[in-house]
Design a protein around this ligand. Structure first.
Ligand code: NAD
Length: 284
């Protein structure tokens, strides 16, 4: 079993998604796999038409598109590097051109290029900042320009537009060996709050989600035995289970629906309590 991968059981309760986004259009970046794919599919299940962005994994993006179409909504794939301004501008032009409007933006793309701080190259630092922070800024800016042009259409939503930034528990938990990643996620927090403050009077709602350990290749590949899962990862999660990409998808659907109309400038931690200082459990 040494080099085999251990798959922890899926203990997430199944909650059907209601069609609360019918008629709306979403742009989701990095939607070829992992969290972006689950978010795009959840938004499609809620009735939104979705632009499925990918960087290099066209096959994954087409799978996302096919799933959304098979479940009754519409989706299109679009290749773009979110760190490139011209790519992001073309992507939003394509969403507007194909679907006629844009209501929801989920800049989710993210990468890790890890190294001890004194060995981290400027290139490793810069690429992570470019994709994980600047990329999210470029997408939010393009979405906001469109939201302002459209204004509010009350037949679709009480808000003129909704943005959900993809952050991480590492916007508050320091992470040795990942200073570029943690700096980008920490930056997302005040990017999100400052935009939320600037645009609240336009009824543009801006929030973030900060996942903990979610079952994506990034996390699961580290688990080779049930013992390793229990002793390493589960020790950090008071709720006692790994998160599923759908846990994040459902939260995003709520955050962009009118059910959360009074919520702006907030981060939702989807982490099974990882940010509750689990090391203090039993330490009182
Ligand atoms: P993943 O590697 O499975 O997916 C990352 C996605 O980003 C891929 O679709 C990839 O194609 C895309 N991408 C990478 N570079 C890009 C670029 N230049 N332009 C456009 N797209 C690009 O990772 P994931 O676990 O699904 O992570 C998605 C987001 O969630 C990231 O922002 C990550 O920081 C965040 N996150 C993940 C976890 C977790 O447990 N998996 C926890 C906290 C936060």
């Amino acid at each position: 079993m040494d080099n085999e991968q251990y798959t922890p059981p899926n203990e997430m309760p199944v909650m059907p998604i209601q069609p609360v986004l019918t008629g709306q259009v979403a742009v989701v970046t990095g939607a070829s796999k992992g969290l972006g794919q689950a978010i795009a599919i959840a938004l499609g299940q809620a009735g939104a038409r979705v632009l499925v962005n990918y960087h290099s994994d066209e096959k994954g993006a087409l799978e996302t598109v096919e799933t959304i179409s098979a479940e009754g909504s519409e989706a299109i794939p679009f290749r773009a590097d979110v760190a490139r301004e011209e790519d992001v501008e073309s992507m939003f032009a394509e969403a507007k051109g194909r679907f006629g409007r844009i209501d929801i933006c989920v800049p989710n793309s993210g990468i890790q290029l890890n190294a001890p701080v004194d060995e981290m190259t400027l290139q490793q630092w810069q690429r992570v900042i470019d994709v994980n922070l600047t990329g999210q800024f470029l997408c939010a800016r393009a979405a906001i320009r469109q939201f302002k042009r459209q204004g509010i259409d009350r037949s679709l939503s009480a808000a003129a537009g909704k943005i959900v930034f993809m952050s991480s528990v590492h916007d508050i938990i320091p992470w040795e060996g990942h200073v570029n990643y943690a700096a980008a996620k920490g930056g997302i927090m005040l990017l999100m709050k400052s935009i939320a403050q600037e645009l609240a009077d336009k009824r543009i709602r801006v929030n973030a989600v900060s996942p903990g350990a979610i079952r994506t290749p990034m996390n699961v590949e580290k688990l080779t035995t049930p013992e390793l899962f229990k002793s390493k990862l589960l020790k950090l999660i008071p709720y006692g289970r790994i998160g599923e990409p759908e846990d994040v998808g459902q939260a995003v659907v709520w955050l962009v629906s009118d059910a959360s109309d009074y919520v702006t400038g907030t981060t939702i931690y989807i982490d099974g309590g990882m940010t509750l200082y689990p090391g203090f459990i039993g330490a009182g």
